[in-house]
Design a protein around this ligand. Sequence first.
Ligand code: FAD
Length: 521
Amino acid sequence: MTSSAYLSREGQKVLLIEKNRECGGLVNSFTRDGFHFDAGVRALIDAGIILPMLKDLNIQLEVVKSPVSLGIENEIIHIENLDSLNEYRELLTKLYRESVNEIDEVLRSIRKIMKHMDVLYGIENPLFKDLKRDRTYVFKKLLPWLPKFIFTVGKINRMNMPVEDYLETIVKNPSLRDIISQHFFKNTPAFFAMSYFSLYLDYFYPKGGVGKLSEALKNKIIEFGGEIKTDTIIIEVMAERCLVRDQKNITYKYDNLIWAADLKTLYKITATEGLLPRIKTKFEDTKNKMLKNRGGDSVFSLFLEVDEPLESFRKIAHGHFFYTPSKLGLGETHREELNYLLTNFEKVEKEQILTWLDKFTRLNTYEISIPGLKDPELVPPGKTGLIISFLAEYDLFNKIQKAGWLDEFISELENRVFSVISDSVYPMLKDKIIARFSFTPLSIENRVGSSEGAITGWSFQKSMPVINKIQISDRSVLTPVPSIYQAGQWAYSPAGVPMSILTGKLAAYKALKKIRKFKNN
Ligand SMILES: Cc1cc2nc3c(=O)[nH]c(=O)nc-3n(C[C@H](O)[C@H](O)[C@H](O)COP(=O)(O)OP(=O)(O)OC[C@H]3O[C@@H](n4cnc5c(N)ncnc54)[C@H](O)[C@@H]3O)c2cc1C
């Protein structure tokens, strides 16, 4: 959508093709029984990218702050500003008295990384600024910032190891390690994970729901003369003929294609016959790398419509809440124990999986979002909508579906999540549920065509099939085929909404540069 908005603004003929009825993919909201829910991301992190992009495109989006609370067992803190780090320290020391020194070490590390984050996101991203006209920005902000940026990038790259390994070097207590890191994707780079405390302060929420961002971009694309075709799935790319084909066998000719969806899909459906041998070989190499890797963790979300006013929930925590009902930590539950179940799936009894599920739901960390606490218009009067989610392994859902008991499993999982949350932080949920439903990793895969139901692109493994260094991020949008660009969460790692937007802008910029060069020759 970002690419389409920028290219149509420049007067290019743009067609945006979207598989679903609505645009926006994982940035989306929906309404059910008068309750508004966010289907994907729950709130947005600016990262010096989203707000500058909105300003640059002259999009007015009404937003509110989306403050975060953190809770473990009965201890809950509200993150208001940098001083909240001291409260975090207190919370951890209350629960893990024996590990005070380790806690202090963790906090030192978070503080150090927060300083790097201030540099990294400290100015509006230059890609969204008019560098020719905005001289004040160039001389007063960009140029003084560049040396600091280069220094910081060096520091960041040195902290690229998985957060689990990093924490092992400073924290001996395994429960404490888990509590700090178990709601991050497996092997998240330490820098990215430890920077989250400062990102908590950055969250904002569009009034009317996260989907308003996608709606605003869609309207902008149309205003600039771009065309949008929904309910259309691209099932083949004929690279040499510059054609794409949809599920109804309709073909579309392009000069430049920006693929902003799952990359394994792109490489699987692209026919390379007729391309230069050099390009074909490079394409095959990249394809092999892509297909060998997998999507990162997925998520399970339970949606609740509750007959209880917002005030009852407001007293406990903010509308964006990371809650862990037990200080024990997941330990090997989501690693070795889950791996055992998956590798021995044919031999394992249903009861064994359900027993594992008891433990997994008791010890996990939940991201709880209450849209009505950010914008009260999003719920019927006197009622509350909740989204309770946690990281979930795609393979488990996939195997259970193949074994024929997915609906039963989902119901068992919903029951357990509900019990854990209503027995701990929100007891008022009991007997107040009007309706409940959930999305699994399989729903995400079906809806946005994301490999392994991944919600932020590639899993963090040693060999990454895309660019993962900020200083060369401009190359992330190139593919071996000169007329095809890639953008979105699969084009760069680590990713999320800001990086998807940034790569969208980069791809548009690269395509435009090529078009202009071609015209001038
Ligand atoms: C629960 C949850 C929490 C999250 N939390 C955060 C967070 O805190 N911070 C953060 O930055 N990010 C977060 N994310 C991740 C973020 O939402 C995504 O990384 C980002 O929105 C991806 O955007 P994208 O445009 O690259 O991909 P997508 O949103 O997947 O968009 C791809 C689009 O392409 C369409 N499509 C796919 N295949 C085809 C095809 N063959 N033909 C036509 N169209 C096709 C899809 O329908 C979709 O609309 C979260 C996601 C979830 C689900």
